[in-house]
Design a protein around this ligand. Structure first.
Ligand code: DUC
Ligand code: ZN
Ligand code: ZN
Ligand code: ZN
Length: 484
């Protein structure tokens, strides 16, 4: 069985050209004119692009006293209906540690996913067990470790823990990811606001001002540089954070920044809405910000100082948000965007001229595939690579509405937004997972994409220092917590 995608224009991160694409056994086997196959997919008037990669999701994840409502089944179906063919989800280890958590996440994804999936592992403290488990996790195909500088008393890591973990990442050929907000400052501001009687969702934004993010971003980059490892900053939302990334990149430091589609488009004004539910539905961290910050993020994507647009899809129902009635610090943090990221970025980025089509492919797919060490298997349209493709109809449009979304939550933070540019077909390893006549999830067809450790020769950043002064092999944790 072969499939040919016919009559389209291929758009990759670096080229735009007319050609057919032949797919056999889930892999692209030919690209060129007049190809023939058993099944024909019509791409006339459409663009054929690498399927989107959303490197930042939280599906069925225990968090803030509840569990995110989006399941692997609904979440991956939402993904493919919006042109995304790979989700990289965050694992948070429970009491049992990293390896049982990886098994739990794998089991859920294997059973339910319509598209391929991959994982980041969270480091939420420091111990000998974590030191050992990190190596086992890398052996199982997870080459990224997430660190939360916020959520004090829960997920937060301190500087000593972060430095130890970053150093471990360096030695394992793994890449640290960082949620960069100063958790001590957030906790202080929260207490201050509550004491002053500010208990509503609007106080959420006041408790996490841009300085909180700028300071932590700068600190994370400097700690990574001291440890000799590159670093990836998730949900970059402010000019202050972008400024830190920009400045360190200019100094030759290898750091990547990831704005979310929400932060590019949604304004902090939503937190002042008189409807408590409406405001609480939009509570996430970092909070939405004003136009100045949005413009900075768009500029960074165009200029190359920011690299990936993700969603941090962390979807709670309105009922779950109610936990924070009377105390904004208890509103579960998170918003959705998995199925709307690509249509929104196309409409408000490409159609407005803020980014080019090729940049669109780079920031929705190719850049992160390279950063995660899975390129060109993912993120490319190339002979020999996985046929994770989207046939993109630039003329198709819709109005975003909770009533018609694939996500199972009861609202959409982009309700009423109009988009032009939608997938006509989405293919996962050559199978149509979204398109005419394919309007249901295909649980169980997604596969785990393992990601190898980064080879020493491409471990960027302070490598030159290591070459002149080789480090001893570290056999024990470099830092052990004193007390608890
Ligand atoms: N921010 C959120 O809004 N949700 C999950 C975790 C995070 O950092
Ligand atoms: Zn985060
Ligand atoms: Zn997140
Ligand atoms: Zn989140």
């Amino acid at each position: 069985m072969s499939t040919v995608i016919k009559g389209g224009t291929i758009v990759t991160a670096d080229r735009t050209y007319a050609a057919d694409v032949l797919v056999e056994g889930g892999v692209i086997t030919a690209i060129g004119p007049d190809l023939k196959g058993d099944t024909v997919i019509d791409a006339e008037g459409a663009y054929v692009m690498p399927g989107g990669i959303d490197p930042h999701t939280h599906l069925e994840m225990p968090f803030m006293g509840t569990v995110t409502a989006e399941t692997w089944e609904s979440g991956t179906f939402a993904a493919v209906s919006g042109g995304t063919t790979l989700v990289v989800d965050h694992i948070i280890p429970g009491e049992g540690g990293m390896l049982p958590a990886l098994d739990t996440w794998l089991e859920r994804a294997t059973r339910q996913a319509s598209c391929d999936y991959s994982f980041h592992m969270s480091v939420t403290g420091w111990s000998e067990r974590i030191f050992d488990d990190m190596a086992a996790v890398v052996d199982r195909g997870v080459n990224t470790f997430k660190h939360f500088m916020a959520y004090k008393g829960a997920l937060m890591v301190n500087d000593d823990e972060m430095f130890a973990s970053f150093s471990r990442c360096r030695d394992l050929g793994a890449l640290p990811f960082v949620h960069a907000e100063n958790g001590d400052m957030v906790a202080s501001l929260q207490q201050q606001l509550l004491a002053e009687g500010n208990r509503g969702p609007e106080a959420h934004a006041y408790s996490r001002p841009p300085a909180v993010e700028g300071e932590a971003t700068n600190r994370a980059i400097m700690i990574a540089d001291a440890a000799g490892v590159p670093v990836y900053i998730v949900h970059t939302s402010s000019e202050e954070a972008h400024e830190a990334i920009r400045r360190w990149r200019q100094a030759g430091t290898r750091v990547w920044g990831e704005p979310l589609i929400q932060h590019l488009l949604l304004d902090e004004g939503v937190y002042n809405d008189p409807d408590w539910n409406y405001a609480a539905q939009r509570v996430m961290s970092p909070p939405f910000r004003d136009r100045k910050h949005q413009d900075s993020l768009w500029a960074g994507l165009a200029a190359g100082s920011l690299h990936v647009v993700a969603t941090d899809h962390c979807a709670f129902t309105t009922e779950q948000k109610q936990a924070g009635r009377g105390d904004f610090t208890r509103i579960p943090n998170g918003t959705g965007g998995l199925e709307d990221r690509m249509p929104l970025l196309w409409t408000y980025g490409v159609e407005t001229g803020r980014i080019t089509m090729n940049e669109f492919v780079a920031i929705t797919s190719t850049n992160i595939a390279q950063i995660l060490n899975i390129y060109p298997r993912k993120g490319a349209v190339m002979v020999g690579t996985d046929a994770d493709l989207v046939v993109w109809d630039p003329k198709a449009g819709k109005t975003i509405a909770a009533a018609t979304q694939k996500s199972i939550i009861d609202y959409n933070v982009f309700e009423g937004w109009k988009v032009t540019g939608l997938p006509r077909y989405t293919l996962s390893r050559g199978d149509v997972v979204w398109g005419p006549g394919v309007d249901a999830p295909q649980p169980g067809r997604g596969r785990h994409v393992t990601r190898p450790a980064f080879p020493a020769v491409s471990r960027a950043l302070s490598t030159w220092r290591e070459l002149t002064a080789p480090r001893p092999v570290v056999r024990s944790p470099e830092f052990m917590p004193i007390g608890v």
